[in-house]
Design a protein around this ligand. Sequence first.
Ligand code: NAD
Ligand code: G6P
Ligand code: MN
Ligand code: MN
Length: 431
Amino acid sequence: KLKLAVIGGGSSYTPELIEGVIKRADRLPVAQIDLVDIDAGREKLEIVTRLAQRMVSKAGLDITVRATLDRREAIKDASFIMTQLRVGGLAARARDERIPLQYNVIGQETTGPGGLAKALRTIPVLLDICRDIEELAPEAWLINFTNPAGMVTEAISKYTKVKALGLCNVPIHMHHDVAKAFNVDFDRIKTTFAGLNHLVWMSDVRLDGKDITGDLIEKLCDGAHMNMNNIHESPWDPDFLRGLGVIPCPYHRYFYMQDEMLAEEQEAAKSKGTRAEQVMKTEEELFELYRDPDLDIKPPQLEKRGGAYYSDVSLNLVDSLHNDTGMINVVNTVNNGAISNMPNDCVVEISSVIDSGGAHPISMGALADNQIGLARAVKSYESLAVEAAVHGDYSKALQALTANPLIPSAKIAKSILDDILEQNADYLPQF
Ligand code: NAD
Ligand code: G6P
Ligand code: MN
Ligand code: MN
């Protein structure tokens, strides 16, 4: 019998997770789900918990779903701990998105300075959670969805003993978009991913075993859809894409089309608002639906959020770990030589065989010349950011931002960093 602890249980994504558990009831003997939140999230937590209880009972399953503010109680005896929290809420995210825009730098929740700000707020909280897991459930798996997922997972791998894997829905979303572009079932497509979180490339795309990577690139050159709901879909330059030879993820647009993406963000910030400001409205609508005592399924409106298919990534992983399947899942895990020209001890996002022993990344050889420079630069930024977040180190934070290819100078990095530290003072006890 399995107990799951979901930290950040008041998230509007929780019904996704519950749906994932319900779909796999024959494979996963889940007996209890503890949804954990903090006092500020109490109301959301209660609404989501009641919906989760209705979903489970409609499915005819005997699963106890509980709301609790006692994180340690939830972690105790858990087999899987899922983290999906947002320190500072959407208001903090909106500040992360607006600060860089004042300096003509990409303002995004995970890519660029916004990701640094989120990492500084979030990593100490995750390390704290890991201390509880080390003490109360040392055998449990931590499945981290909390962004910036790559950096958070790297901090956990470097500073704790917890068995942890980081997740993102971008790879599975791209896989779905390939299936849609070829108008075939998801299962007939095979994909391979290597890179970093929100900087992952897809290669060796197969349909019934046949290599269709080149055909896919041609479809993308012709404007086929491959994107996430939270990202503006600027079209790719066909010559660039053909030369790249692999498929970039939607977040690569922030690097490869920095000027266009920045212009779009500046415009949105003046009209419809930044993504966080838009999501605040979507979230209100979702919770209005969740309150309805007659609602007992995941409402389709949740798909407006960027996290679509989260339940499949997360519960497929639980299935592989619990049932020792040896299935391939894309996870954030320690590189250990899988990408031969990236540091061994850094966390990468990579297709991996998952069994009860954890993730075994597939050996990818070297990233090509037109990928490795960007991947190394962004990884330098990330690893410096992890040090800054763990130790409250101003100098490392400044080195991190300046190393990020989206920031034009040390001077601008410093102005942005100072704004971040000032506007997040309540959430940065380490500084
Ligand atoms: P949200 O604003 O709804 O926050 C989720 C919950 O976390 C809230 O109920 C909040 O009260 C709670 N919380 C805040 N601090 C906490 C703490 N210290 N301990 C426990 N709970 C705490 O956020 P959301 O939009 O549902 O997103 C949740 C997280 O998932 C974010 O970090 C987001 O970036 C991430 N996310 C990741 C992916 C991915 O691909 N990995 C996709 C979507 C969202
Ligand atoms: C997906 C990503 C997440 C990201 C989210 C944003 O693109 O994989 O990591 O944070 O969507 O979605 P939102 O609806 O909150 O803007
Ligand atoms: Mn993601
Ligand atoms: Mn899509």
